[in-house]
Design a protein around this ligand. Structure first.
Ligand SMILES: Nc1nc2c(ncn2[C@@H]2O[C@H](COP(=O)(O)OP(=O)(O)OP(=O)(O)O)[C@@H](O)[C@H]2O)c(=O)[nH]1
Ligand SMILES: [Mg+2]
Length: 311
């Protein structure tokens, strides 16, 4: 494990003074919240794709350092909801802002501030939580373009610190970790040291399959898709059998998900199986079925099954 940094509250906490706190990662969709959480925790905890609205419910990832525990909460991207599902996603993300010790707001610095970011700032104001700003994706831009962004962000008066970084390459992520550590309150750890997330196994499995749908399909298809786990069976010879249903909204989307001669299903199944094997540490036999359930994004019984219980 890393040594304590040489300066700041974290270093001053002393050998017996444990710090433990909750930190939300918030921002509009696709700015890199899940990538950053995985980077900070040092493990793949939350799924990532280049499709906006990948994360659908808050996912916790836990950082362990000597004398410090940070419970990060990766939240769904804030966006304009068109379905009940999206209303619940935004509601959960907004609620988390008020429940944490610190909010880390992300923007995609390569795109600059947009109306979506400003809307997030308004939510942050109402939440009245302490906050820091991350200017993410600096690997995609020249450093000269950073200064005006830092100026504009400081003028909002909302942030205690502004940290430019790249969640993807890891550049300057240690700086953010130090900024966060110095703002954690004293308190005992909430989780044992070997726990990196409290996401239940069933949900983690469903997420890893959904990640492949998001990475391999385009346009409306990923948004119109959910993954329901029907069966997980640990068999002999270190083999886990998993049956999952991919639910989608329309026949045309089902056809895309299956693909010509079943090609898309096969591609999703093969990559999902590999990531499930890495996650479970066993061989996996994965059976996938596609089912059309029109209007499922407004159906609270389905939403409950995918971790979005109605408010
Ligand atoms: N170049 C670059 N790409 C990044 C960086 N961070 C994230 N990305 C990419 O941005 C896309 C979105 O990343 P996510 O981590 O899923 O973003 P998110 O904010 O969690 O998105 P939602 O869950 O949809 O709200 C992915 O393709 C990432 O690989 C970065 O620092 N640099
Ligand atoms: Mg995400």
């Amino acid at each position: 494990m890393a040594e304590r940094p040489a300066t700041g509250r974290y270093a001053e906490a002393g050998p017996d003074g444990f710090l433990c706190g909750f930190v939300a990662l918030a921002g509009r969709a696709n700015v890199g919240k899940s990538t950053l959480m995985n980077r900070l925790v040092g493990a793949k905890v939350s799924i990532v794709s280049d499709v906006p609205q990948t994360t659908r419910f808050p996912v916790r990832g836990i950082l362990h350092r000597p004398g410090l525990q940070v419970i990060f909460i990766d939240t769904p991207g804030i966006h304009k909801p068109r379905y009940r599902m999206n209303e619940e996603m935004v509601r959960l993300a907004t609620r988390v802002l008020r429940e944490v010790d610190l909010v880390t707001v992300l923007i995609d610095a390569s795109e600059g501030f947009g109306p979506g970011d400003r809307f997030v700032f308004e939510l942050l104001k109402s939440a009245r939580s302490r906050s820091v700003l991350v200017l993410n994706k600096v690997d995609l831009m020249s450093k000269e373009r950073l200064l005006p962004l830092i100026d504009e962000a400081s003028r909002t008066g909302l942030f205690e610190e502004i940290v430019p970084l790249s969640a993807l390459s890891g550049e300057n992520c240690d700086r953010l970790q130090a900024v966060i550590a110095d703002r954690m309150p004293p308190g005992p750890p909430h989780f044992p040291e070997d726990i990196l997330t409290d996401l239940p196994q069933r949900q983690a499995i469903s997420e890893l399959i959904r990640e492949q749908v998001f990475q391999q399909t385009r346009q409306e298809v990923p948004h119109a898709t959910a993954v329901l786990i029907e069966m997980i069976e640990e068999g002999e010879n270190n083999l886990t059998r998993i049956h999952a249903t991919i639910v989608t909204d329309r026949d045309s989307q089902k056809a895309i998900l299956i693909g010509e001669g079943g090609r898309m299903m096969k591609a999703i199944g093969t990559t999902a199986r590999r990531s499930l094997e890495a996650y479970l540490g066993s061989h996996v036999h994965l059976s996938l079925w596609v089912k059309v359930k029109k209007g499922w994004r407004d159906d609270t019984s389905v939403l409950r099954l995918i971790g979005l219980p109605p408010s």
